[in-house]
Design a protein around this ligand. Structure first.
Ligand code: NAD
Length: 495
């Protein structure tokens, strides 16, 4: 903790600090001069302010992005490759500072920010910098009649809007391919976790990213977010967040015929068969249930266990979960940190109350935690396990997005499949079995965009990423992202 606090002081983020928008290469105040409080969820205290931007700020960002577009879109792939790699290098160079900022803003353990969030942010830039160097398009020949070739051109100004759970990780996952493909970008991080996006503005300045190519505007969804979504000159929106906000964004963007990519919520099944590799399954299930306080859209919040091993699983799972005591995220031995905000903390506790009202039995956790010392007024919840509920109650249908999982048992593969698919979401699923035929069979029938067999969160950035059903529309990752951020145009030549 002492080491973490020392870095914190060096960061020039001493309390209270004031964030700025990054528009046309410059850090500037919001036009109306309005700000929103930023709270450290581990202490419950306001520790800074962020711009409460609106239409006027977005207008400035559009103006900057419009002027930057001709040069950036015509720049060579190699030039963009170099700049994006420079950004990646600077993220690595400042990784301690960024990790600490992420932890203070979000409440996640410092070790997790260092190990996962920040390394992934630099990987995102490196991955798409390299990707654009290899991006190619198709050609189709009609025997001796004609040849068609496909041009993939940058779209223009695009909007990227991201959530609070993996702040810099997901922010850069959108920005990097958009920039690599030659677009200019207006990006808005979550108002709940804005600091690493602000630090990225400084990194972009240092990396020599031309002015106006990336504009980072802070503020709320209804104000700054909707001003991006509805602006006529913003031609594509890449959004990650809740299904509720996704629905609203789709309703605003669709009548304007914008390209849309929506990465939304999840309520993912973790399907465990008796023939699994027990130790690997148990270790991984601990992570897939509670990593990042359960605030990962890919967490397996519905655990489906074959009846013959249900009691054994429950006993070990509860015993291990009881040891996951939430605490000060700056401490290296805190396995769980704080819930991101008071609003979200109350929502999770309400969901636990609902589960009880629905007849669910809380077999582990279920209560707030009050750590001693500096975090006594922070937002902490015990990792919680609920059993005794069927598939169609609210607890098993609605996303909780916290350290709360349910257990259900099944007798047959068909029943497991039915439970897995009884849900309006379809983001990810995990299957634990050593029967390879069953793994293939179920993988093709579970209605989710991502299936992990005998693993979880093993990500190859080249693969398509995105959900089915209410978990979203469109795919991110690899060529999918570069295709999304370009417009394809067919050129037909009569031979
Ligand atoms: P949220 O929808 O409240 O906010 C996400 C972002 O959208 C924020 O920047 C917010 O300001 C903005 N926003 C909100 N309303 C808007 C509007 N009307 N117009 C424009 N922008 C708007 O989500 P959250 O609470 O920040 O994040 C948690 C949600 O994100 C969970 O549902 C989680 O499953 C989902 N998520 C999905 C993925 C995925 O890849 N599918 C990844 C991470 C998180």
């Amino acid at each position: 903790m002492v080491a973490a606090l020392a870095v914190y002081k060096k960061m020039d983020l001493s309390t209270p600090y004031h964030l700025s928008n990054f528009i046309n290469g410059t850090l500037i105040a919001p036009v109306k001069g309005n700000y929103i409080d930023n709270v450290d969820p581990s202490t419950g205290k306001v520790y800074g302010e962020i711009p409460d931007s609106d239409k006027e700020d977005i207008e400035l960002a559009v103006k900057a992005a419009r002027s930057a577009f001709p040069a950036w879109s015509k720049s060579s792939n190699e030039y963009r490759f170099k700049i994006l790699n420079r950004i990646a290098d600077l993220i690595d160079e400042h990784s301690e500072v960024l990790a600490l900022a992420e932890t203070i803003d979000n409440g996640k353990p410092f070790w997790l920010s260092k190990k996962v969030d920040i390394p992934r942010a630099s990987s995102n830039f490196r991955f798409f910098a390299t990707g654009i160097m290899h991006f190619a398009s198709e050609s189709h020949q009609m025997e001796d009649r004609s040849v068609n070739y496909t041009l993939r051109q940058p779209i223009g100004i695009v909007g990227c809007i991201s959530p609070w759970n993996l702040p810099l990780y997901l922010f850069t996952w959108k920005i990097a391919p958009a920039l690599a493909a030659g677009n200019t970008v207006i990006a808005k991080p979550s108002e709940v976790t804005p600091v690493t996006a602000y630090l990225l503005s400084k990194i972009c300045q240092q990396a020599g990213l031309p002015a106006g190519v990336l504009n980072i505007v802070h503020g709320t969804g209804p104000s700054a977010g909707e001003a991006i979504v509805t602006h006529q000159e913003v031609r594509a929106i890449s959004f990650t967040g809740s299904t509720r906000a996704g629905e609203r964004i789709a309703s605003l963007a669709a009548p304007k015929f914008k390209k849309l990519s929506l990465e939304l919520g999840g309520k993912n099944p973790n399907i465990i068969f008796a023939d699994c590799d027990w130790k690997k399954m148990m270790d991984t299930t601990m992570q897939s249930s509670f990593s990042n306080q359960g605030e990962i859209c890919l967490c397996g919040s519905r655990i489906l266990v074959e009846e013959s091993i249900y009691e054994k699983f429950k006993t070990e799972f509860v015993a291990r979960t009881k040891k996951l005591i939430p605490g000060d995220p700056l401490l290296e031995d805190s396995k769980q940190g704080a819930i991101v905000s008071e609003v979200h903390y109350r929502k999770i506790l309400d969901c636990i109350t609902t589960a009880k009202k629905e007849g669910g039995k809380i077999i582990c956790g279920g209560e707030p935690v009050i750590p001693e010392g500096r975090c006594a007024e922070g937002f902490f919840i015990q990792p919680t396990i609920i059993e005794g509920l069927g598939p169609d109650c609210r607890t098993n249908m609605e996303e909780i997005f916290g350290p709360v999982v349910t257990l259900q048992s099944f007798k047959t593969e068909e029943e497991a499949l039915l439970l897995a698919n009884t849900c309006s979401y379809g983001l990810a699923a995990t299957i634990w079995t050593s029967d390879i035929s069953r793994a293939h069979r179920l993988s093709s029938r579970v209605e989710s965009g991502i299936i992990w067999v005998n693993c979880w969160l093993l990500r190859d950035l080249r693969t398509p990423f995105g959900g089915f059903k209410n978990s979203g529309v469109g795919k991110e990752g690899g060529w999918e992202a570069l295709k999304f951020f370009t417009e394809s145009k067919n050129v037909c030549i009569d031979l």
